[in-house]
Design a protein. Structure first.
Length: 430
C-alpha cells in the first residue's frame, strides 16, 4: 500500500520528484525531466513589428501593493499605450472554489503521496505543490493559444509556463524580482544543504532552462542566475521605469522630513535606521521621520522607537498617497539589508529627494555615491547616521543630490524607456 500511495502522479512534477528522490537517496525510476526553450532570437526590423498579444503571469498576489505589483502594472499599461494587448494572470483571479475545495483536496493527496514515498511530508512542499497544481490547471483553462508570447514575473510562474510551453512553444520571457532560494538562505528561512534548498533550487533551474530570454531589472541578478545554469546569451538588463505623469509638485513641509517607504520586514533594516537616529538625536530638533508601510516588524519597531525615546518618528502604516507624502519630504532613506531595484527609490528620485540607501542588489546602479545620493553598507548604523547628519546639516548638498537624482531618473527610469527596450527584445523573436 505504501508503494502504491508513493507512486509518481501528476500532482508532483517529475523534475521536483527527481530532486527529492536524490536528496532522500531513492533511486529515481524514469527519464530525467528537463524543460527547454523553443524560440530563437533574431534581429527585428521596423517592417516586422506588429501589435503583440502579451501574457504576463505571476504566481504571487496581484493586484497588490508592492514593488512587483507596481512593476507589472507599469509594464502592462505601458505596452497598452503603444498599441499592444497585455493581460495579467495571477492566482487571485481563480474562483473561490479553487481555494476552498480544490487546493485543500490537492494538498491532502500530495501529503499522502509524500508520506507514502518518503515517510514524511514537508508542509511547505504540500502548500507549494497544491497551489502549483491548481494554478497550472487554471492556466490550462485559459485560451493561451491567443498570445504571441508569455512573460513570467517570478520563478513559480516561469516554472509552470515552462511546462505549458512544451505545447504552445511561444517565446517565454522571465523577469525575476528577487533571489528566492538564496534570499531565504541568507535570512535562515531555508537551511543550506536542506531538502528545501534542493526543491526550490530545482524550480529555479528548470524555469531558467525554459526561458528564451531573462530580462533582469538590474545587473545584480546575473551572477546568481548564472550559478543556477543561465547562459550569458539569455541575460539582458532593462532597468525598471515608472509612469510619472501624475507625480505631484514638491511641497516641502515646514519641518525637515525624512521619509522611509517600504514594507516593515526584517530585511528592510528599519531597526538599523532607528539605531542610527538614536546616535544623532541631538541633530533631530526640527526634524520629523515618517516611516511609511506596514508589516510583521511594526510592533517590534514601535516598541524600539519608544525605548530609544525617538518621539519624532511616526509610523504611517500602508498608504496609497506615497507620491504626495514624498512631495512633502526632503530626505529619503532606505536602510535595506537585502534588495534588488526598489521602486520606492525610483519614486524618491523623481520627487527630488536627497537619498540615502545601502549597497544592496541593483541600488548602486541608480544611486551613485555623492552623485545621485549617498550609499552606506547594509547593517552599519554608524555609516547611516553619518550620512543622515550630512544631509540634515547641509542644505546645498541635499538640493544638489536631489536635483541629480531627479535628472538621472528622468533620463533612465521612465516607463516609456523601459517599455521601448523590452518591446525591442520581444520583437527580436518575430
Amino acid at each position: 500500500m505504501k508503494e502504491e500511495i508513493g507512486k509518481p502522479n501528476d500532482l508532483v512534477p517529475l523534475a521536483l520528484l527527481r530532486a527529492m528522490d536524490q536528496f532522500y537517496g531513492i533511486e529515481y525510476q524514469g527519464e530525467p525531466e528537463m524543460l527547454y526553450s523553443f524560440c530563437a532570437e533574431g534581429k527585428s526590423s521596423p517592417k516586422r513589428k506588429k501589435p503583440l498579444r502579451i501574457l504576463y503571469a505571476t504566481f504571487l498576489r496581484y493586484p497588490n501593493v508592492g514593488g512587483l505589483a507596481s512593476y507589472i502594472t507599469s509594464i502592462k499599461t505601458g505596452f497598452e499605450r503603444i498599441g499592444h494587448q497585455a493581460d495579467v494572470i495571477s492566482p487571485l483571479q481563480m474562483p473561490p472554489s479553487f481555494f476552498q475545495e480544490d487546493i485543500p483536496r490537492a494538498a491532502d493527496e500530495i501529503r499522502a503521496f509524500l508520506v507514502g514515498r518518503y515517510g514524511a511530508a514537508n508542509e511547505k512542499f504540500v502548500k507549494n505543490l497544491s497551489y502549483l497544481h491548481v494554478f497550472q490547471r487554471f492556466l490550462k483553462e485559459k485560451d493561451l493559444e491567443q498570445y504571441d508570447l508569455f512573460h513570467a514575473q517570478d520563478l513559480f510562474a516561469v516554472f509552470l509556463l515552462g511546462y505549458l510551453n512544451q505545447t504552445y512553444q511561444r517565446p517565454l520571457f522571465f523577469t525575476p524580482h528577487g533571489h528566492f532560494t538564496k534570499s531565504r538562505m541568507k535570512f535562515h528561512k531555508i537551511q543550506k544543504g536542506s531538502i528545501e534548498e534542493a526543491y526550490f533550487s530545482e524550480i529555479e533551474r528548470q524555469g531558467i532552462r525554459a526561458s528564451d530570454k531573462i530580462i533582469t531589472i538590474s545587473d545584480s541578478f546575473h551572477e546568481p542566475l548564472l550559478e543556477y545554469g543561465a547562459k550569458e546569451a539569455q541575460l539582458t538588463t532593462v532597468h525598471t521605469g515608472i509612469d510619472i505623469q501624475d507625480a505631484p509638485e514638491s511641497k516641502r513641509a515646514e519641518k525637515l522630513v525624512i521619509a522611509c517607504v517600504s514594507r516593515l520586514t526584517e530585511r528592510k533594516g528599519h531597526d538599523v535606521m532607528l539605531d542610527a537616529l538614536a546616535r544623532i538625536r541631538h541633530h533631530l530638533s526640527g526634524v520629523d521621520i515618517w516611516i511609511i508601510g506596514d508589516g510583521n516588524m511594526r510592533g517590534f519597531l514601535e516598541e524600539k522607537k519608544r525605548k530609544l525615546g525617538l518621539s519624532n518618528v511616526f509610523f504611517f502604516g500602508k498608504r496609497r498617497d506615497v507620491p504626495a507624502l514624498l512631495a512633502e519630504s526632503s530626505i529619503f532613506v532606505l536602510p535595506t539589508l537585502n534588495d534588488n531595484f526598489p521602486i520606492a527609490i525610483i519614486e524618491a528620485m523623481f520627487s527630488g529627494q536627497a537619498i540615502v540607501a545601502t549597497d544592496c542588489g541593483g541600488i548602486p546602479e541608480m544611486i551613485r555615491h555623492e552623485d545621485t545620493g549617498l550609499i552606506c553598507q547594509p547593517g552599519n548604523s554608524r555609516e547611516l547616521a553619518d550620512a543622515l547628519v550630512m544631509l540634515i546639516t547641509d542644505q546645498s548638498l541635499r538640493e544638489r543630490l536631489g536635483k541629480e537624482a531627479r535628472s538621472y531618473a528622468g533620463r533612465h527610469l521612465r516607463q516609456e524607456l523601459m517599455v521601448s527596450k523590452i518591446e525591442s527584445i520581444y520583437q527580436s523573436f518575430f
